[in-house]
Design a binder for this molecule. Structure first.
Ligand SMILES: Cc1cc2nc3c(=O)[nH]c(=O)nc-3n(C[C@H](O)[C@H](O)[C@H](O)COP(=O)(O)O)c2cc1C
Length: 313
């Protein structure tokens, strides 16, 4: 069973990708998950142009079904990232996806320029953070023209590095946003960022548990939402833009479902905390067992499989 594939000129040993923000910006942890944990690629947390403070604790609360986070995208800026990414690149056991974020269209382009010297294999543009808003008070991912202008601004400086736009599920039509970004030059999409926001209340104090009151929802509860969003984006772009399907993936069968919906790669975030740093290897082993039982020889046979079955009906 072959799990590897080459996408936009980059070879991935397997489809699993460490999702952004889960293990911060630390070369030693990336090495751990890529060299020993089986991750097919690593994504950095979102990098800002300048140092950015996050929210005060408590910022994360988790149950078996969902995690709520309002870390507030803290970051020390590109200078600090440079050291860690440099250390990772010295060995680079798996491709590197560098995720960027900004508070204006202009600064998305400047941040992209600041991280390009780190030799990312892909740039991932986080326009979907629930805590970061454009001048109209909405995340950039909630407006097709705004999402398209961020895409065009980053593409204008990215050169040959493929640009993936990270979309939000919190929109009426993710298809409309994806089409606008594709028209503006997006090479691929990461689908989805956290959903919501949601809230959890402590019964004793009768107060929201998170200091920010609300936070983005991740984990198993958002998988059906993520699968539907991946399927919508795949259909909206005629399967022409590779998708990193992310949201609630914990098992090999979850990953297969993402591929059938249209993903080429599968992001794993919250499950790292639930199943450990080796979750990538576990997911790959489970995918292989499923494929062997189904007589699938190559993982790429599965990509968009649901759409093919529907079109034959
Ligand atoms: C604590 C935490 C921090 C995150 N930080 C980022 C981030 O910096 N940039 C980003 O694009 N997504 C960030 N995400 C979103 C994840 O990359 C992912 O899209 C989301 O959690 C859904 O996947 P999952 O259910 O596998 O966790 C974060 C998620 C969590 C739980």
């Amino acid at each position: 069973m072959n799990l590897s594939q080459t996408l936009l000129g980059v070879t991935f040993e397997n489809p699993t990708v460490l999702a952004s923000g889960i293990l911060g910006i630390t070369a030693s942890t990336w090495m751990r998950v890529a060299a020993k944990g089986g991750a097919g690629a690593i994504t950095t947390k979102s990098i800002w142009l300048h140092e950015h403070k996050g929210h005060p604790n408590p910022t994360v609360i988790s149950t078996e079904h969902w995690t709520l986070n309002a870390v507030g995208v803290p970051d020390a800026g590109p200078e600090k990232a440079k050291e860690e990414i440099g250390a990772y690149n010295a060995q680079k056991p798996a491709p590197l996806i560098v995720n960027i974020i900004a508070e204006s269209v202009e600064n998305y382009a400047k941040t992209a320029e600041a991280v390009l010297p780190f030799h990312p294999d892909f740039l991932e543009v986080n326009i979907s953070c629930p805590n970061v808003e454009d001048e109209f008070g909405k995340p950039f991912a909630c407006s097709a023209p705004v999402a398209a202008s961020v895409t065009a601004a980053v593409k204008a400086v990215a050169g040959k590095v493929p640009v993936f736009i990270k979309l939000s599920p919190n929109v009426l039509s993710i298809a409309e946003i994806a089409r606008a970004c594709a028209k503006a030059g997006a090479d691929g999409f990461t689908v989805i960022n956290t959903a919501g926001p949601g809230m959890a209340i402590d019964l004793k104090s009768r107060m929201p548990i998170l200091s920010n009151k609300v936070g983005g929802i991740s984990g198993p509860a958002i998988k059906p939402l993520a699968i539907r969003c991946v399927a919508d984006v795949y259909a909206a772009t005629n399967g022409c833009c590779p998708i990193i399907g992310t949201g609630g993936v914990h098992t090999g069968e979850d990953a297969i479902e993402m591929l059938l919906a249209g993903a080429s790669l599968v992001g794993i975030g919250t499950a790292v905390w639930k199943r450990g740093m080796d979750v990538f290897q576990k997911v790959c082993d489970e995918m292989t067992a499923w494929c062997d039982a189904e007589g699938i020889k190559d993982v790429t046979e599965l990509i968009g499989g649901m759409h093919k079955v529907i079109s034959k009906r």
